[in-house]
Ligand binder design. Structure first.
Ligand SMILES: [Mg+2]
Length: 415
């Protein structure tokens, strides 16, 4: 494995992205602490993004609106506008690309670039140019933090070290000293469960982690990811693993008036159709459909076999089956706070040729072609004009674009 002897990667992370876009787009919010919520209501929901001013008062992502108001009484809560964030994302990508080619778009507010020799010679100037271009073309309210390091993993850590509006350069000679003050959970790849596992092994600090051997981390992680983590932390050029797409799913926090079984089913049905549409869009078939329900003090999960399908009909049928099961299992007065649906155990359509020609059921094929026709109409219009059955978005709108941190939403994800 190659070990770069200088900085090679830039990681750019927008600060409180959704809140920054809101502040930029709506002058009345400027200078205020801002929390973005999934929909327009004052109770029963949570903050999905906060700006720096709100964070300084202790507001955190995922905090309930009640707690956020307690921490920061003058917080301005705004319902999210995913289409606005998506437009901002596209424009920001274009602006960054005018300074440096983007190598990977990691999520709606994160991207990674490879540094060119002239940038390696003067990293501060590159950072200044990117920030100035954003300021001059968009405004002062969308800021980003930039990290530069020998590899992507360290550049991401660096970007997080000086927020907001920061620039942090981690050179090979800065290792491990500048990492030693970080809490172990600040390292990407160490979530709650991994942190507990490390603590059980008496690895409580970055320093203790630094003293481990690759084989030890491999054993703790249970696979090669641990070993990759060890090399990444030391600045080796560890290529990000090709993440194989494992599932197509959508999740939604429901507005309070949609939390009974009937209304929640309508929301779940729309999310299911959206997931099936994306599955078809990327030419996959799924074998399993899963439904996750989060209630006030309870959870419910069920999955069912759909057998190499990607049409709305099969997916909605699977949802209906699971929904009846959930209703039978849970008290009738249950309130569903959040639901997720997903199609998984997938394989590319091209791998299905044999079945398609020899044994596939003719009804399934008919549904597939109806869905393909509907998809074509909707794709051309970038929203849902045609669907099988009713299409009533819940208040607050946006089924698919909803929880959009992990991937960049497509225009068709919005209602
Ligand atoms: Mg961010």
């Amino acid at each position: 494995m190659r070990k770069p002897d200088t900085i090679e990667r830039l990681f750019l992370d927008f600060d409180g992205f959704f809140a920054g876009v809101e502040e930029q787009a709506r002058p009345r919010l400027r200078g205020m602490p801002i929390g973005v919520t999934p929909f327009n209501t004052n109770t029963g929901t949570c903050v999905i993004a906060a700006n720096h001013r709100a964070k300084l008062k202790g507001v955190k992502t995922g905090m309930s609106v009640v707690d956020a108001r307690r921490a920061c009484p003058n917080i301005e809560l705004v319902a999210q506008s995913p289409d606005l964030y998506e437009r901002a994302h596209r424009k920001l990508c274009l602006l960054v690309e005018q300074e440096i080619p983007i190598d990977v778009i990691c999520s709606i507010d994160e991207m990674c670039c490879r540094l060119e020799p002239k940038d390696i010679a003067n990293p501060q100037a590159l950072s200044d140019r990117i920030k100035r271009r954003i300021r001059e073309n968009i405004g002062d309210y969308i800021t980003c933090s930039i990290g530069m390091a020998p590899n992507l993993q360290l550049a991401k850590i660096a970007a997080d070290m000086n927020k907001p509006d920061g620039l942090t350069i981690l050179r090979p000679e800065d290792l491990p000293d500048r990492l030693l003050t970080l809490p172990i959970s600040a390292l990407p790849g160490i979530g709650g469960r991994m942190k507990n596992r490390l603590m059980d092994a008496n690895i409580n600090t970055v320093e203790a982690l630094w003293r481990t051997q690759p084989k030890q981390l491999r054993a703790l992680w249970g696979n090669v990811t641990g070993e990759r983590f060890w090399y990444a932390l030391r600045g080796y050029d560890v290529q990000a693993e090709q993440t194989q797409r494992a599932m197509f799913g959508h999740g939604r926090v429901l507005p309070p008036e949609w939390r009974d079984f009937d209304n929640a089913f309508n929301a779940a049905r729309l999310l299911t159709i959206k997931a099936a549409r994306r599955l078809r869009g990327e030419a996959y078939l799924a074998n399993t459909f899963g439904l996750w329900l989060r209630l006030k003090d309870d959870r419910w999960f069920g999955e069912t076999h759909v057998g190499g399908a990607n049409d709305d009909q099969a997916a909605v049928k699977a949802l209906t089956t699971l929904w009846q099961k959930a209703k039978a299992d849970l008290p009738p007065s249950s309130r569903i706070k959040r639901l997720n649906v997903a199609l998984y155990h997938i394989r590319p359509v091209s791998a299905q040729q044999f079945d398609m020609f020899n044994q596939d059921d003719p009804m399934r094929r008919k549904w597939s072609s109806v869905c393909a026709a509907i998809d074509a109409v909707n794709k051309n219009n970038a929203k849902t004009l045609v669907s099988m059955g009713p299409w009533t978005p819940p208040p607050g709108g946006y089924a698919g674009g909803k929880i959009a941190f992990g991937r960049v939403p497509e225009m068709e994800d919005f209602w």
